[in-house]
Design a protein around this ligand. Structure first.
Ligand SMILES: [Mg+2]
Length: 281
């Protein structure tokens, strides 16, 4: 049996980063520190699940002082450090690390983006069409983080200027489907990706984990955007935090909850409320 820290913990949290744990503009998570500390005190793992790259997420994870697996690039892959107790859950190796890969290789995503551009013109611009300085300008990230964000493996973020009407989106989705690809939307960018999403990766990890430790802990998922919905649909409690304009993503699937507070403010509230509900049960 694979040894995972703590056996079956009291719970597990899966969280989006941009606009959820991290403030949309400042990328700070100070408002979430009380809940992060309480999760740490109770030995409840936090699994970061973002459209960000492995390189970006590994750095943030180290800063947060957590050591769970990373679900990177919209569920394109799950990674753990080679010396992590979580490594035993992951059957493959990718980039020299224990991994489970679901995503499509980046060059194929770039071909998909080119197919959309044929229809919609040069306003379709992906990370691969610019350099780290361009990514810094688009995201507001410091240049070092922008460099890490630019190193894509399984997901191509892109801007769309002007944004097409709903009817045209169907056309774009059709073009991508012919390449075996799909379209989703995060808080800042659209994304081209393969047959993967955050929910599929979270489900797989929960099943592997259950097989390894003999139980499935109560799970909480937190997000703010369309690309988070598959994840929020497979956890026991899925919560949308407020977006930067004070609204919640709409339409919202049945069973997905909302919490008051933007980004890390809502994150903190939702986690503390969930912990309280666990204590009652
Ligand atoms: Mg987000």
């Amino acid at each position: 049996m694979v040894q995972v820290p703590g056996g079956v913990p009291d719970g597990v949290v899966f969280t989006d980063l941009d606009g959820t744990l991290l403030d949309h503009h400042s990328y700070r998570y100070d408002a979430a520190l009380p809940a992060l500390r309480e999760l740490d005190r109770r030995g409840i793992p936090v699994v970061l699940c973002s459209s960000k790259t492995r390189a970006e997420m590994a750095e943030l994870q180290a800063e947060l002082g957590i050591d769970g697996p990373l679900i990177v690039e919209n569920g394109g892959g799950i990674f753990a450090a080679a010396d992590s107790p979580w490594a035993g859950l992951l059957p493959q190796r990718h980039g020299g690390l224990p991994a489970r890969v679901f995503g499509t290789a980046y060059p194929a995503l770039r071909e998909g983006l080119a197919a959309i551009r044929e229809v919609f013109g040069p306003g379709v611009r992906g990370f691969g069409d610019t350099d780290p300085a361009g990514v810094a300008a688009w995201t507001g990230l410091p240049s070092r983080q922008a460099e890490l964000a630019w190193q894509r493996e399984f997901d191509e973020p892109f801007l769309w200027d002007p944004e097409p009407a709903t009817v045209d989106l169907g056309r774009a989705r059709q073009r991508l489907a012919a390449h075996g690809l799909q379209l989703t939307r995060g808080g800042r960018f659209w994304h081209v990706l393969g047959d993967n999403d955050k929910g599929r990766a979270v489900s797989w990890l929960l099943e592997r984990w259950r097989d390894a430790v003999g139980g499935r802990p109560p799970s909480l998922g937190l997000g703010d955007s369309e690309n988070d919905l598959p994840m929020l649909g497979v956890v026991d409690r899925g919560v949308l935090v407020e977006r930067r304009d004070g609204t919640h993503l709409a339409p919202r699937p049945a069973g997905v909850m909302t919490v008051l507070g933007q980004g890390p403010v809502g994150w903190n509230r939702a986690v503390l409320e969930w912990l309280e509900s666990l204590a009652v049960v």
